[in-house]
Design a protein around this ligand. Structure first.
Ligand code: 3PG
Length: 211
């Protein structure tokens, strides 16, 4: 099993993907893989997200499949049941984190402030999602907090683009970034899988240069 630390080492970018129709799930995952991305955070924001998650985890084992937008213990349980190999939350409460830590998969708890990061750190977790990254202060904020809490590694997500990606990846406390730009809703709607592969390839190439 991948642990919390290694979760952030798999890819410089974690695509945050929202899929309405489970029939699109496998082609999206394969398109990302075709572009060199081996991890996917599937948000639980659609009615049939768990079905999409199950399909990807069963039919595309080459990609590490996680559930994002985990807000409650019940959602976390359902995601693991459906095959989620990791869990991501946009924010963290003590009750949610305590439950996540009982599950047999790595978790990436979301934080946006130093106090929230310290609460997560108290549970022995040093890898966190920083959300919403751009709106909460962006690279300058992350740089400032690397001084008091240098032991924390972040995956900033929210409002990041190909233009700002390298600003985040250059920071010593950023291991990878996340974002939805690799899987635009228009490409999924048009079943333009090649476009998703091209975006994934472009991003991984860009990040190989940046890192
Ligand atoms: C998330 O859940 O991490 C965000 O919705 C992704 O943010 P973005 O759409 O701005 O990339």
């Amino acid at each position: 099993m991948v642990d919390n630390h290694h979760l952030l080492q798999i890819s410089p970018v974690i695509p945050v993907v929202t899929i309405d129709d489970p029939a699109d799930a496998v082609p999206v995952a394969q398109a990302l893989l075709g572009g060199g991305v081996r991890i996917i955070e599937l948000t639980l924001r659609t009615d049939r997200a768990l079905e999409s998650l199950a399909r990807i985890s069963q039919e595309v084992p080459e990609i590490l499949t996680g559930a994002g937008t985990v807000l409650t213990p019940a959602q976390a349980d359902a995601a693991v049941e459906a095959g989620a190999q990791f869990l991501v939350s946009p924010g963290t409460t003590t009750a949610l984190l305590q439950h996540l830590l009982t599950l047999p998969v790595p978790v990436l708890p979301g934080v946006a402030t130093v106090s929230e990061a310290l609460s997560v750190l108290e549970h022995g977790i040093t890898n966190m999602k920083f959300f919403p990254a751009a709106q909460a202060g962006g690279p300058a904020y992350l740089k400032a907090i690397s001084a008091p809490v240098p032991q924390i590694r972040f995956c900033p997500t929210g409002g990041i683009t190909t233009d700002t990606a390298s600003d985040y990846l250059a920071l010593p406390n950023v291991s990878c970034i996340g974002g939805s730009w690799l899987t635009p809703q228009s490409a999924i709607r048009d079943q333009n899988w090649q476009h998703i592969t091209d975006l994934a390839r472009h991003t991984t190439t860009l990040m190989a240069v940046a890192s």
